[in-house]
Design a protein around this ligand. Structure first.
Ligand code: HEM
Length: 422
C-alpha cells in the first residue's frame, strides 16, 4: 500500500542526501565561537525555576570564591590572611571538633553554627549513626553533611583501596568509584546519601562546594523522590550525565552487554592503555597530558562514535559534560598519566584484589594513585639514602584555597571543547 501523500512529503523532507548528518553531528562546524556555544547551552539547559534560582545563588558565591582563589597570594603577601595550608585536604572534623580556625576559618565557623543548629533541633551523633546504618534521609542533610568529615586523604593518607566485588555497586564515573574504593562513601557503593557523597568528593579532591553541587545538579530532579539515596550504578542512566564518545567507557549502544552486564561500570583496560599508556620498555612514562591532548582524544572518540554507533547522540550539554570530565582529569589529577591509570582502574598484577570473573576476564578497580617510587640518593624530594617510598597522592587542585570553582572549571572545559571542535 502506498503511503498517504502528506506522510510521504514529510518523509521526503526528513530524508537527507547520503553522507549528510543532522544538526547535532555538524554542530561544531558552524558553531565554533565561544559565544555561540554559550547561547546553545542556555537554550538546551532550562531547568525548573527553583533550580535556576539555586544556580544563580551558587554562581554568585562561586564568583566570590574564584576571586579569593585569584587574589589569595596577594592577600598573603600583604599580611591580610595567613599562608595557605600546604595540604588543602583537612583533617577529620565535626560540629563539636571543628578544623583549626587559623587554617580553615570558614569551615570552622560553619561547624560551630551547625553545632548550635544541632543543639536547637536535638540532633545528635547517635541519630546520625542511625541514619548511616539504615540509610534513612536525615533532616536537612544537604546543610549538615558539610560539617562532618572523616579526614581521609589528609597528608596524602588514603588507606588501602578496596577492590569491588560483583555484588557491589559501581557506576560509570571513576571519580565516584574511587570514593567507594577508599571508604569515603560505603564500600558497597549502595544506598549512598548524595549529600554525603558530594561533601566527600568536594573535600577529598579540593573541589569548591559550589562546583561539587553543580556536578550533582543534573541528577537532583531524578533522585528527589527517593530522598537522594542512590546506588552508584544509578548515575549511569543513559544521556543524563552518561554520554557517548567518552574516553574510558564504550558507548551505551556499543557496550558488550551480553558478555558483561556491568560493561559500563567497569574499568576497560584497552581504553585506559590507549589514552594513558603504561611506561615504555625503558620505563619512561608519557609526560603529563595537556588540554590540547585531551581535546584531541575527545575529538578522536567523537569521530569514531559517529562512524561506528548508529544510535550516536550528542548535543551541546553532553559535549560539555564530556570535556568537563577531561577538565576534572586535568585539574584534579594534573593530567598525570600514571596517576590517571590508577584512578581509571588499570589492572596492576602486583596489587591485591585483582580478580578473575567467570568469563575469565580480568578487571581492575578505581583507586587513588599510590605507587611505590624508586629513588636514588639525593634525588628530588628525597633523602639521603637510596630506596623506595610510597607516593602520597594529593589532588592537583590543592594549590587553590577554595579548590576548583565553577568559573575555573568552565574556563578549562570551554578550552578543551573549543579545541576539540576546531
Ligand atoms: C556528583 C558528581 C558526579 C557525577 C554525578 C558524575 C557522573 C559521571 C558519569 C555518569 C560519568 C560517565 C560518563 C560516560 O562515560 O558516559 C562520569 C565520568 C567521569 N567522571 Fe564523573 N561524576 C561526578 C563527579 C566526578 C568527580 C568529582 C570526578 C573526579 C575527580 C569525576 C571524574 C570522572 C571521570 C574522569 C570520568 C570519565 C570520563 C571519560 O570516560 O571520558 N567525576 N562521571
Amino acid at each position: 500500500m502506498k503511503d498517504p501523500p502528506s506522510a510521504m512529503s514529510a518523509a521526503k523532507t526528513k530524508m537527507r542526501p547520503k553522507g549528510q548528518r543532522d544538526a547535532s553531528h555538524t554542530l561544531h562546524r558552524s558553531n565554533s565561537s565561544m559565544i555561540r556555544l554559550g547561547a546553545q547551552l542556555m537554550q538546551q539547559n532550562r531547568p525548573q525555576l527553583a533550580v535556576n534560582l539555586a544556580l544563580v545563588l551558587i554562581f554568585l558565591v562561586d564568583f566570590w570564591l574564584t576571586g579569593f582563589n585569584i587574589f589569595h597570594s596577594l592577600l598573603v603577601k600583604l599580611g591580610v590572611i595567613g599562608a595557605l595550608p600546604q595540604n588543602c585536604v583537612p583533617p577529620a572534623f565535626s560540629p563539636t571538633s571543628p578544623p583549626p580556625f587559623a587554617q580553615w576559618p570558614l569551615t570552622h565557623i560553619y561547624c560551630r553554627l551547625i553545632h548550635v543548629y544541632n543543639f536547637l533541633t536535638s540532633y545528635d551523633k547517635d541519630i546520625r549513626l542511625h541514619h548511616e546504618v539504615f540509610s534513612r534521609k536525615p533532616t536537612n542533610d544537604w546543610i549538615r553533611d558539610w560539617a562532618y568529615w572523616d579526614g581521609i586523604g589528609h597528608k596524602g593518607e588514603w588507606g588501602e583501596a578496596y577492590a569491588a566485588k560483583d555484588e557491589d555497586s559501581r557506576g560509570p564515573c571513576p571519580g565516584l568509584n574511587v570514593l567507594a574504593s577508599h571508604g569515603l562513601i560505603h564500600v558497597s557503593g549502595r544506598k549512598v546519601a548524595a549529600s554525603k557523597m558530594v561533601a566527600a568528593f568536594s573535600r577529598a579532591f579540593n573541589i569548591a562546594p559550589t562546583m561539587a553541587l553543580q556536578l550533582y545538579s543534573p541528577l537532583f530532579p531524578l533522585f528527589s523522590e527517593r530522598g537522594h539515596i542512590l546506588d552508584l550504578e544509578d548515575i549511569g542512566i543513559a544521556n543524563i550525565i552518561e554520554h557517548d564518545a567518552s574516553l574510558l567507557r564504550p558507548d551505551y549502544h556499543l557496550a558488550d552487554w551480553e558478555g558483561d552486564p556491568k560493561a559500563m561500570c567497569r574499568p576497560h583496560q584497552d581504553m585506559i592503555d590507549r589514552w594513558f599508556p603504561a611506561p615504555n620498555k625503558h620505563g619512561k612514562a608519557k609526560p603529563d597530558l595537556t588540554d590540547r591532548e585531551f581535546a584531541e582524544a575527545v575529538c578522536i572518540r567523537r569521530t569514531e562514535s559517529r562512524e561506528q554507533n548508529r544510535q550516536y547522540s550528542s548535543n551541546v550539554v553532553q559535549s560539555l559534560i564530556g570535556s568537563g570530565s577531561c577538565c576534572l582529569m586535568l585539574n584534579v589529577f594534573g593530567g598525570n598519566v600514571m596517576d590517571l591509570r590508577e584512578m581509571a582502574g588499570s589492572v596492576h598484577q602486583d596489587l591485591p584484589g585483582i580478580r578473575t570473573t567467570a568469563s575469565g576476564l580480568e578487571y581492575g578497580y578505581e583507586r587513588i594513585p599510590a605507587r611505590t617510587i624508586k629513588h636514588k640518593k639525593g634525588s628530588e624530594g628525597c633523602p639521603v639514602v637510596s630506596g623506595t617510598h610510597r607516593q602520597k597522592w594529593q589532588p592537583a587542585t590543592g594549590k587553590w584555597y577554595f579548590g576548583m570553582t565553577i568559573m575555573y572549571a568552565l574556563w578549562t572545559t570551554f578550552n578543551i571543547e573549543m579545541r576539540a571542535r576546531a
